[in-house]
Design a binder for this molecule. Structure first.
Ligand code: MN
Length: 256
């Protein structure tokens, strides 16, 4: 008898050193915010938490061959040497293990064409993994929209203009503009990687959403904002997770 199951979505956890998690002084750990999991469950999916570690290309493919989709979540900056630059003085949260883990996962997911939702740091990882570069500190280049440029404090919301006929547009009921995108980033895509196209920008021209230039190769959406922070009150933001899980369900059935 067939067993119904929810699409299984892998999420890459954030590494924490011994002592960074209260009560765990003697062991390294990894963490994940509940907002991602809540948004995924609301969409009808369930989670597979991946522990961050240096990963080979074949291991990454083996991981991803056992799930129906992938989410890469927000976090610190990508190490600038990964795209050939020296660190900006405002760089924060650099993690060798996180980059080693997620860059390989992102390349494998792109190659395999599994449904892949890249959020905030995730979209930066995606772009760097495929050969693109980042603006290291947005206040140096953008002055008209506040993107919430520090990790601690001044997060807020801004609008994102949506490219017509894009995957992003279809995922949000063909709206031309998402009014309230929760934003907390001080970096963004600079030179876009081959294989990607831009499908959302803020009024200052900052890249806020990307997808595949060949949509038939797999469901891929990268967003620079944090939909998971407002999915509980904003069905447009929730619809991005819904679209991922729908694609993951189709991928699951196609693999049988
Ligand atoms: Mn932004």
């Amino acid at each position: 008898m067939p067993v119904f199951r929810r699409p299984l979505i892998a999420l890459g956890c954030r590494p924490r050193n011994a002592g960074e998690v209260a009560g765990w002084r003697e062991t390294d750990a990894a963490v994940m915010q509940a907002t991602y999991i809540d948004s995924l469950w609301r969409a009808g999916g369930t989670e597979a938490m991946l522990f961050p570690r240096a990963l080979g290309e074949h291991e990454a493919e083996a991981y991803l061959s056992r799930v129906d989709g992938l989410i890469l979540v927000g976090g610190g900056d990508v190490e600038p040497f990964r795209y050939g630059q020296e660190p900006h003085p405002k760089a924060y949260g650099l993690s060798r293990v996180s980059d080693d883990f997620e860059l390989v996962l992102a390349r494998a997911a792109f190659r395999m064409g599994i449904p892949f939702f890249a959020i905030c740091r995730g979209v930066q990882i995606l772009n760097v993994a495929l050969g693109g570069t980042l603006h290291q500190h947005l206040p140096d280049v953008s002055h008209t929209v506040s993107h919430g440029a520090t990790p601690e404090g001044d997060a807020g919301t801004h609008a994102v203009d949506v490219e017509p006929k894009s995957l992003l547009s279809r995922s949000v009921g063909r709206l031309s503009r998402l009014d309230a995108c929760f934003s907390a980033h001080h970096q963004a895509i600079d030179r876009l990687a081959p294989g990607l196209v831009v499908s959302g920008r803020t009024a200052d021209g900052v890249v806020e959403a990307v997808e595949r230039d060949r949509p038939a190769d797999g469901w891929l959406l990268g967003v620079q904002w944090h939909p998971e922070r407002t999915t509980h009150v904003d069905h447009q933001q929730q619809s991005l997770f819904d679209a991922l899980v729908t694609a993951a369900g189709e991928h699951m059935l196609a693999q049988r």
